[in-house]
Design a protein around this ligand. Structure first.
Ligand code: GUN
Ligand code: ZN
Length: 442
């Protein structure tokens, strides 16, 4: 008999049960249960087993029957900017002009706690309605932006990592601070939010061009004082940006060395983009066990370049997928995986559905050093997952019916899927988002 507090869900399930060192290793640990039973207790996974094995011991009246749906681990977005939600899809510019024309003015509004609270609620609803249960998030330079986001995420009991932007130069005066202010405000936020419930703090220097050596030294100091916090920044996204970093830091041996010199590489350091790395930079990311956030829609939208997935595996560097909203053009990880596939195609790399779902779940968890708590349905993992509707439109239904196996169905989901396919999103063992009704999306 199940415990009174247990939740039992019957559906199809897909997850990857172990980390992989090479893409060819992933399929061996892929688990697909056409008819399975997931048991949850106290917000955690108790077991995932085939219905046939579980059937005899459970009372059917206690089982929530979701047959026809496919349940996968919650998606993990390893790089996103919540204050850029309202400027997603801004026309015409590449990185540096895009920042000046669109991004900085929008971010200035987050000095206002009410605006921050309103946009935090909207942002978290966007994540959940797209099946994303964990994200690594940029705030703005204002500490109130991060207070608002953490309070909203805390109420939902989401596993979220975020931090206030740190920047002290090469940005409008209304968005810059002194290194000392940056230190004090970041420290206050760490003390208030880090490891509170499921929340964690990431030190967030925007990128090298908006950081003086004195500011980077404050980031280093905070990391020394709080060794279990994350570090989150941008690296090697755009050719003009790279040339600018080299001009600003002539004493350093390239872009990554600016961060490495300040001891900002390492486990729990996540670098977004990494499109134009030199050999020594790949090596340094590997040697320091740093992570990369691959952001395909952003890289295409800003014309930044093509991420080298194959090289990343060869170098043994941790990697997850980021949407990078608002330079990225969707919150939806299915669509983002579809674009990642196209980035691979342009470089003769075949991103299989199995590999793609790995990056969006367990691989992303590994990139965030959270693979001990999220990323699959192994016993004890936190119960964050998505109930997918495998086919919601006439075209998807036709294509789904014409798919021979789970691999083809997953590939079609990442090629044709979007937020219409997200039927429910569960966080800590509870449904926190549900699509209103199938009629409404027809
Ligand atoms: N580099 C520095 N800031 C940003 C940002 O907000 N978005 C992106 N894509 N790159 C950046
Ligand atoms: Zn970004």
């Amino acid at each position: 008999m199940p415990y009174a507090s247990e939740t039992l869900l019957r559906a199809s399930f897909f997850d990857i049960t172990a980390l992989a060192a090479q893409p060819d290793d992933i399929a061996a640990n892929a688990r697909y249960l056409e008819d399975g039973l997931l048991t949850l207790r106290d917000g955690k996974v108790v077991s995932l087993e085939s219905w046939q094995i579980a059937e005899g011991r459970v009372n059917p009246a206690e089982v929530t029957d979701l047959r026809g749906k496919l349940i996968v681990p919650g998606f993990i977005d390893t790089h996103i900017h919540y204050p850029q939600t309202e400027m997603i899809g801004a026309f015409g510019e590449q990185l540096l002009e895009w920042l000046n024309h669109y991004t900085f003015p929008v971010e200035s509004q987050y000095h206002c706690p009410d605006h921050s609270a309103k946009m935090s609620a909207f942002f978290l609803q966007q994540l959940l309605s797209n099946g994303t249960t964990t994200a690594l998030v940029f705030g703005t330079v204002h500490k109130q932006s991060v207070d608002a986001l953490f309070s909203a995420a805390h109420q939902l009991d989401m596993r979220l990592i975020a931090g206030k932007v740190m920047m002290d130069r090469n940005a409008p005066e209304y968005l810059t601070e002194t290194p000392e202010q940056s230190y004090q405000h970041s420290r206050e936020l760490i003390e208030r939010w880090h490891q509170r419930g499921r929340l964690s703090y990431a030190l967030t220097p925007r990128f090298a061009p908006t950081s003086s050596p004195a500011l980077l030294d404050k980031v280093r100091q905070l990391r020394e004082e709080f060794p279990d916090v994350w570090m989150h920044t941008h690296l090697s996204e755009n050719q003009q940006e790279i040339a600018w970093v080299k001009a600003l830091f002539p004493e350093r041996d390239g872009y990554l060395d600016v961060y490495h010199h300040h001891q900002l590489t390492g486990k729990r350091s996540v670098f977004a983009h990494c499109l134009h790395l030199e050999d020594k930079e790949w090596q340094c990311l590997h040697d320091t066990d740093s992570s990369i956030a691959f952001c395909p829609t952003s890289n295409l939208f800003l014309g930044s370049g093509l991420f080298n997935i194959k090289r990343c595996w060869q170098q043994g560097v941790r990697m997850g997928i980021g949407t990078d909203v608002g330079a990225g053009t969707t919150f939806n990880l299915l669509q983002t995986l579809g674009e990642a596939y196209k980035v691979g195609q342009l470089q003769q790399y075949k991103l299989s559905a199995c590999e793609a779902f790995y990056h969006a779940t367990l691989g992303g968890a590994h990139a965030l050093d959270l693979d001990d708590v999220i990323g699959n349905f192994n016993p004890g993992k936190e119960a964050d997952f998505v109930v997918l509707d495998p086919a919601v439109s006439p075209l998807q239904q036709l294509r789904h019916a014409n798919s021979k196996d789970i691999w083809e169905r997953l590939f079609v989901l990442m090629t044709l899927g979007d937020d219409r396919n997200i039927a429910q999103t569960w966080v800590s063992g509870k449904p926190v988002w549900q699509r209103e009704s199938e009629e409404q999306i027809a």
